[in-house]
Ligand binder design. Structure first.
Ligand code: GLN
Length: 482
């Protein structure tokens, strides 16, 4: 299991030199899962046979720095022949007949897929407690949540049960669990990674990205998964230079904006302190810090929850018990078939969001809620544009607090939604966002700093994160590698 202390790139280099094989690492991953996952519950399903055969065949893949390195994949990303459940009873037995584009790319890069990681049902949540397959636990304290919705992806990397993972981020679901678990997570610019085969939650916000031990691993994974895809109509056709090769670690002359709204009331003192220290580190490395204002902050939660639920209500209408997914039995009419299959197949949080989404789209309320939210979204995009005219990046907390206790958020949805305040604006504007471990609170729980960049500045943002991780040790300490 010592092997799993290494980063994905270190393991890739050892495999390339012939010091170890892909099968050795993949074996070590399954041994770690066997030892630890009964406590953490990061996995919904394992694909051991497939992963071991991919490991043995990985030599044949095109050469790349991650060739042979195994990866875990969030269970809302379709894997051909391997169950993809979205952590829902609705899809508990769904076996996709095709691979998502990102999965095709992982396979082509010779990266064995060890299993499907746990999440909030249909990616709706911030704690990974709404999973039909049971809550995920935070490896730093098993009485706390790992964050969500990609809680399994972050927890498995933090627990050393996987080398790296793919998550998805609609309103923070890569960055916030990465922050709660003390690992690094990257949400790319909207359109940079194909959504083909990602089960849709809110299509105008969803984006797939990496969760790993450090920024360099995230950049290497981006090199594998980014790129134009004709099967995703929102995929951008831009040339992607190597993200890994762009890591230089030089921040001299960069201006980093510090939004004052992100350090006010409601943010834990420990979180403020750690994130401001991270900003100071940038200053000491040669960057200039610039106080900025983000006037839209007050409106981001309602705007996000109107748009996300509106899109979800439409995307989830396909689960009707007819084409695929859960079908209720002992049914007498078609209406009953729809009603019972959906009532029994979806959990409470998903149902609440479908109802909210249907409401904000209904005639009479459409203009007051949905249309207004779209207008506010435009203002958020414009205001970010103005700020990025003066800054290369922004720094703020990923979340106002560290990981709460299991069960604490389930009884208080409002405070759970409010905890997304610093992550959702990034999705509303389609920007890249990076979550970097930057300290621990007085209880020893990890704290994450978020770097936000203008659209398309993914390589520069990763480089900024890389500079911090070269100058500091916290990400290694939290991974037990210091
Ligand atoms: N917590 C947010 C939500 O529940 C974000 C989830 C996500 O990014 N998938 O919608």
């Amino acid at each position: 299991m010592e092997l799993l202390k290494h980063t994905a790139l270190e393991l890739g280099a050892m495999i390339a030199k012939g010091e170890i094989s892909s099968a050795d690492v993949t074996d070590a991953v399954f041994a770690a899962i066997e030892a630890k996952d009964k406590d953490v519950n990061a996995y919904i399903g394992l694909s051991e046979e497939l992963a071991m055969s991919q490991a043995s065949a990985s030599d044949a893949a095109a050469d790349g720095p991650l060739k042979g390195v195994p990866i875990a994949v969030k269970d809302n990303i379709c894997t051909k022949g391997v169950k993809t459940t979205c952590a829902s009873k609705m899809l508990a037995d769904f076996v996709p007949p095709f691979d998502a584009t990102v999965v095709e790319k992982l396979k082509a890069a010779g990266m064995p897929i060890v299993g499907k990681v746990n999440m909030d049902e249909f990616a709706m949540g911030s704690t990974s407690e709404t999973s039909y397959f049971g809550a995920v636990k935070n490896p730093h304290d098993l009485t706390r949540v790992p964050g969500g919705s990609s809680g399994g992806a972050a927890a498995t990397v933090a627990a050393g049960e996987a080398v790296c993972a793919l998550g998805s981020d609609t309103g923070g679901s890569i960055r916030q669990p990465a922050s709660y678990c003390g690992v690094t997570g990257f949400k790319p610019t909207y359109g940079y990674v194909s959504r083909y085969g990602l089960v849709a939650y809110a299509s105008s916000l969803d984006q797939i990205g990496p969760i790993a031990k450090d920024v360099a691993d995230c950049a290497a994974i981006m090199d594998v998964i980014a790129g134009h895809d004709g099967r995703d109509s929102t995929s951008l056709n831009v040339g992607h230079k190597s993200y890994l090769a762009s890591l230089k670690g030089d921040v001299k002359g960069k201006t980093i904006g510090v939004p004052e709204e992100c350090f006010g009331d409601g943010v834990d003192e420990d979180v403020k302190r750690a994130v401001l220290e991270c900003a100071k580190t940038y200053e000491s490395l040669g960057a200039r810090l610039l106080p900025v204002k983000l006037d839209f902050m007050q409106s981001v939660i309602p705007t996000y929850y109107i748009i996300a639920t509106a899109e979800a209500s439409s995307n989830l209408s396909r689960y009707d018990g007819v084409k695929y997914g859960f079908r209720a039995d002992k049914i007498n009419s078609v209406d009953d078939l729809y009603a019972e299959s959906r009532s029994q197949g979806f959990g409470a949080e998903v149902k609440m969001r479908i109802l909210l989404g249907a409401f904000v789209l209904s005639s009479g309320y459409y203009d007051a809620y949905y249309k207004k939210a779209l207008n506010v979204r435009d203002r958020i995009i414009a205001e970010f544009g103005e700020v990025f005219g003066r800054c290369d990046a922004l720094i703020c907390p990923v979340a106002p607090s560290t990981a709460p206790k299991l069960g604490a958020s389930l009884s208080d949805s409002m405070s759970m939604y409010l905890s997304d305040i610093f992550t959702v604006p990034v999705n509303l504007a389609g920007l890249p966002g990076l979550s970097l471990p930057c300290g621990v609170d007085r209880g020893g729980m990890p704290i994450g700093a978020q770097l936000i960049g203008a659209r398309g500045t993914d390589a520069a943002l990763l480089d900024l994160g890389f500079a911090y991780q070269q100058a500091t040790n916290i990400h290694r300490a939290l991974a037990g590698r210091a």
